[in-house]
Write a protein that binds this ligand. Structure first.
Ligand SMILES: [Zn+2]
Length: 409
């Protein structure tokens, strides 16, 4: 069983009514599990092994595509300590967002809603569409203008309606929020003030890391867009400490796209409100291929800043060329095709190495949040593609030369 309370006024809130904010003060909601013990269900190879620590009722029928319990892979990529990759590309739609949406759509059905809607053209849209399809709910995805077709076509395959919003991202978020309230549609945009339930998804990454390592890493590197993933992973270790499972906590490292370093600034000059954070946004969003994490307003950003601060961690940033380099390192050394927005964890690792932060023997976990198979379009022209012409008569000589070259390198 779970409880809900308001983060601002601390009032308890009824758990059996669909609410997204505190009925008394409008503050953000959070969950508690006063009776839960740490007892993962070993027969359940998905995030639902932690069902006792997730906000669903005991008799709820889960909406699942077998998300979570993704591999933690040892890596040979150079690191002063030991490096592990948390491979979130193995989720049903290829990203960690499936965790948040499995919860959200389970709740949509538990509350008897027949439609879900969100503003997103990235991983969250894909996950929302897939889980709505599995649950038999209507799915509406609101996207911005100029989103490439290759990113929208899978939504159509999942049976979603795609609406192109004629206005700014901030206006779209507000509009979706308002329409969902008015029409009784379950909002699946993933930030705390739109969908508190989805916020409990990312923490299962932290639980899994703890189980798979049988301990606490020294560093966890996470790409940061809206902030909920990093904050959720941190929350997992704080809860594990409360449950008496761990004595120490990891240091959290958030990787931001270059030009979108508001959270790094917010870490240095303590901020109180989202308004202050909004004021730090760059006037023009610089173009970037790190499309999944380039946010001018990270809606759960202050939670991520608090997590980084409390953990003694830091934010670093990644330029696009560095993200592509990270992608190629993961591909060639790990056999893992990550999208640039996820491969930035390797950039984070490189920056920590350059700052001599990682000591020999320390455990480092890099969370690779999303698959590159969904975002090949963004690296078009960025990766050195050489088409070596080959004719059947001379082909074998070309191959011999290639292999000699590779050996010499
Ligand atoms: Zn309140």
């Amino acid at each position: 069983m779970y409880t809900i309370s308001c983060r601002r006024c601390r009032q308890p809130v009824a758990a059996d009514v669909y609410r997204i904010a505190c009925p008394a003060c409008g503050g953000p909601l959070e969950f508690g599990y006063p009776d839960a013990a740490w007892s993962p269900d070993d027969d359940e190879p998905s995030l639902w092994r932690y069902r006792d620590l997730l906000p669903v009722q005991g008799d709820t029928e889960l909406v699942t595509l077998y998300e979570g319990w993704t591999p933690l892979e040892y890596s040979e990529i150079e690191c002063p300590g030991e490096l592990f990759i948390k491979n979130e590309t193995r989720n049903p739609t290829g990203s960690h967002k499936d965790r948040a949406l499995a919860l959200a759509v389970t709740k949509a059905r538990e509350f008897g809603r027949d439609a879900v809607m969100l503003y997103s053209d990235g991983s969250t849209a894909l996950a929302s569409a897939a889980y709505a399809a599995r649950a038999g709910l209507h799915s509406i995805v609101v996207v911005g203008r100029k989103v490439p077709d290759y990113r929208l076509l899978p939504l159509v395959v999942y049976g979603s309606h795609v609406l192109e919003f004629q206005g700014s991202a901030a206006e779209a978020l507000d509009w979706v929020h308002e329409v969902c309230q008015k029409q009784g549609i379950f909002e699946t945009t993933t930030y705390r003030l739109a969908n508190p339930y989805s916020m409990e998804g990312p923490k299962t990454i932290g639980y899994e890391i703890f189980e798979q390592l049988d301990g606490v890493p020294d560093w966890i590197i996470v790409p940061v867009g809206g902030g909920a993933t990093l904050a959720g992973i941190w929350q997992a270790f704080v809860e594990l400490q409360r449950l008496g499972q761990v004595e120490r906590l990891p240091r959290m490292v958030g990787v931001l796209p270059e030009g979108y370093e508001m959270l790094a600034t917010a870490l240095e000059q303590p901020l109180e409100s989202d308004q202050q954070l909004r004021a730090l946004a760059p006037p023009d969003a610089p173009p970037t291929i790190q499309v999944k994490i380039a946010m001018t307003f990270p809606p759960d950003g202050l939670e991520a800043v608090a997590a980084v601060r409390q953990s003694g961690g830091l934010f670093v940033s990644a330029a696009d060329e560095e993200a592509v380099e990270g992608q190629m390192v993961l591909g060639a050394m790990q056999g893992l095709y990550a999208e640039p927005s996820a491969a930035v964890v390797i950039v984070g690792l490189e920056k920590l190495k350059a700052m001599k932060k990682i000591k020999p023997g320390e455990l480092v976990v890099a969370v690779v949040t999303g698959s590159g198979f969904r975002e090949t379009g963004v690296i078009n022209g960025k990766v050195p593609l050489v088409r070596t012409p080959v004719e059947p008569a001379f082909g074998e000589r070309v191959i011999e030369r290639l292999l000699e070259q590779t050996e010499a390198e």
